[in-house]
Ligand binder design. Structure first.
Ligand SMILES: Nc1ncnc2c1ncn2[C@@H]1O[C@H](COP(=O)(O)OP(=O)(O)OP(=O)(O)O)[C@@H](O)[C@H]1O
Length: 219
């Protein structure tokens, strides 16, 4: 899904925090958003997710405004994911339950994603008692289990160990490659941006610049 921003303006208490004339996040690509603390990255990502209102401008998804039904095709993963006070399995199954999937479909999908993210042993554990890295993997599993078209990530691997980062990055890259999932990810880790992203969206005090990485090799 192409995401196109036009004349976008967002203020908090009269202070401009996002001011973007034009930008396009292309369908099927992984784009990294970088910028200093307070540059407006999280605010922009939440606006794209439809979670934050704005003063002026438009965000179009394949040329159309976001309709309620489209929320089902976009998923936003926050820096501090919320876990429900129940098992890891139930947390991951939840998005499928509310979309009306039947029990056997839910079981198959949840087991597949548990395996993909190498967290099967956590299945029965209470989700509120996980470590930071485990929580991020469970949150990613819950975000991916219904095959979203767009994945919006706010620092998915901040303070996470290298082996967990590797699993998270390769899972996202695989979905992008095999299902053309569009990904926009905020990261302060420039090595990660280099590994994952073809386009880099630099934010500076609410404004943007986009760079294409010509030397990026497909994987
Ligand atoms: N709910 C809010 N009310 C008022 N101001 C806010 C609110 N949320 C964010 N801001 C302000 O908007 C600006 C942009 O914040 P945002 O979180 O988008 O930045 P960021 O680039 O994601 O920063 P970081 O890298 O530190 O996460 C900051 O100056 C912040 O203080």
């Amino acid at each position: 899904m192409d995401i196109e921003l036009t004349h976008l303006l967002k203020k908090y208490q009269n202070r401009v925090v996002v001011d973007i004339e034009k930008a396009v996040f292309k369908s099927g690509q992984i784009c990294g958003i970088i910028g200093a603390n307070g540059a407006g990255k999280t605010t922009l990502l939440k606006m794209i997710a439809g979670l934050e209102p704005y003063e002026r401008g438009t965000i179009c998804y394949d040329g159309k405004r976001l309709a309620d039904a489209d929320h089902r095709r976009i998923t936003y993963l926050s820096q501090t994911p919320y876990m429900m006070q129940t098992s890891v399995y139930n947390n991951i199954a939840y998005p499928l339950k509310i979309r009306g999937f039947i029990k056997s479909q839910i079981e198959n999908a949840v087991h597949a994603i548990l395996e993909e993210l190498q967290i099967e042993p956590l299945s029965d554990q209470l989700a509120t008692q996980l470590s930071g890295g485990e929580s991020q993997k469970v949150a990613l599993a819950r975000a991916l289990v219904f095959n979203p078209e767009v994945l919006l990530l706010d620092e998915p691997t901040a303070s996470i160990d290298q082996s967990t980062i590797k699993v998270i990055e390769s899972t996202i890259a695989k979905r992008n490659r095999e299902q053309s999932m569009t990904v926009i990810t905020i990261s302060h880790d420039l090595d990660q941006i280099e590994r994952m992203c073809k386009e880099i969206f630099v934010m500076e005090r609410g404004k943007n610049n986009v760079y294409s990485r010509g030397n990026h090799s497909e994987r």
